[in-house]
Design a protein. Sequence first.
Length: 86
Amino acid sequence: MIFGKVQGVFYRKSVSQALMKKQFKGYIQNLSGGTVEVVAEVFDEDFDTFMKILKEGSLLSRVENVTYEIINDAEFNTDGFEVRYE
């Protein structure tokens, strides 16, 4: 979960493009309450890069906090990285 000024500031677009370039698999979506959820397949050696992208966001965003949960054996219905809309 990403907290801060992350909706209406091109956060999802910027992050999804950066994650696609690094060939991560998963999705990003806005949630009620102004937060953003990212679900992704991240290997140990890529974790720091992944977190850096989430924290940088877009030029207009202001990330205050990033929390995460490790889900083993998660299945994805996507071959790449996508923006999901509610």
